[in-house]
Design a protein around this ligand. Structure first.
Ligand SMILES: [Zn+2]
Length: 361
């Protein structure tokens, strides 16, 4: 991966400054974090690294917090935010004993740019036209939203899932392998995948997207919401199952969640998606709707700063919550607790108990 700073700047600064920034952060983080190139993505004459950062405990039995960015190539702000979080950790490492305490207790991984070729060429999808967040071999059990929910009509249309039976795209497979390796033995794992482009509110989604039924750890999701509401009382987030907004095919986090429930059902895995509400940025600066990136990203410098500032605070909260998961997660030996009942009342009024039947296809 280690293009020299001059080489990486020359190759990528114009069309993919996010990658230059991430590689520069990898240099700065050496000695504090394990830096790896998980694989590469080749697109014509271009070759893009897929870097990862792993801070903190090396104990495979430690809880894990994983931040993911850049799944959709148009949503640059997700990779910007992942990079801002890495930078904040690098700076904290030098002086912050409280942060060192967190690092002793848990592992913190950042996979900041899943789809570098898409970002470079300004596609939501990867270079095969596949929407990586519709690519898992998992069909919705209820009616998915037309097109947006994923389809197999043509890679020329957005939200294409890939051809039937074609398997996971390289970027999706590499991401899932990375996440699986880190969550396999963790007693608790939290993932947050950073997206933008929907609605006026900043949303925190949790599984499922393929079904409106509750997932195994809705009680943990509710316990987290409870802490978030109290610790950051002025926060802006609307937290709910993704299925409340729309049902989709092929969601990678659904797939991983179902797989984890089968392999490791005693250990909570909470795969969150932060969906930054880009319509506010458009409302405040309507001209940006005329650019493909403007629909998905803040454009004005002060708005970018405000966005990063707001959400880095959330990521730091979630990191600390992961380190102290046993103190708030309300997990009884049966995997349920009072929060499970509250979760069902709040988010699934039709359900009286969590049905965790697995539907992997
Ligand atoms: Zn997205």
């Amino acid at each position: 991966m280690y293009l020299s700073p001059d080489e990486r700047t020359e190759k990528f600064i114009e069309k993919l400054p996010e990658l230059v920034q991430i590689l520069n952060l990898a240099d700065a983080a050496s000695g504090m974090a394990e830096i790896a190139e998980e694989s590469t993505v080749v697109a014509g004459k271009w070759e893009f690294p897929l870097p990862s950062f792993t801070f903190g405990s090396k104990d495979p039995n430690a809880p894990v917090f994983i931040v993911v960015g850049g799944v959709h190539g148009l949503e640059r702000i997700g990779s910007n935010l992942a990079a801002a979080f890495i930078k904040s950790m690098i700076e904290s490492y030098a002086w912050d004993d409280a942060f060192r305490f967190v690092l002793d207790r848990c592992k913190i991984c950042v996979y900041p740019l899943v789809n570098p070729a898409g970002m470079f060429f300004k596609y939501r999808s990867n270079m095969n036209g596949v929407d990586l967040m519709r690519n898992a071999p998992l069909d919705a059990t209820e009616k998915a939203v037309k097109l947006v929910g994923g389809h197999r009509i043509s890679p020329r249309l957005p939200w294409f899932r890939g051809m039937e039976g074609a398997g996971l795209e390289h970027e999706a497979e590499t991401l899932l392998s990375f996440v699986r390796a880190h969550v396999a033995r963790a007693p608790f794992a939290m993932i947050i995948d950073l997206h933008s482009g929907f609605g006026v509110k900043d949303r925190i989604w949790f599984p499922y997207a393929y079904s409106s039924r509750p997932f195994q750890w809705v009680g943990v999701a509710h316990a987290l919401k409870h802490r978030l509401d109290r610790c950051l009382p002025n926060h802006v987030y609307l937290m709910e199952p993704q299925s409340k907004t729309y049902i989709t095919h092929g969601d990678l986090w659904d797939y991983l969640t179902l797989e984890h429930e089968q392999r490791n059902s005693a250990s909570p895995l909470l795969a969150l998606t932060l969906e930054m509400g880009s319509w506010t940025w458009i409302r405040k600066n309507p001209r940006q709707i005329f650019s493909s990136l403007g629909i998905f990203n803040p454009v004005l410098p002060h708005r970018i700063q405000r966005t990063l500032r707001r959400h880095v605070t959330l990521l730091e909260f979630l990191m600390r919550a992961t380190a102290s998961w046993e103190r708030w997660s309300d997990i009884q030996s049966s995997g349920t607790g009072l929060h499970s009942e509250s979760a069902l009342r709040l988010w699934y009024p039709g359900f009286t108990q969590a049905n965790t039947q697995l539907v992997l296809t």
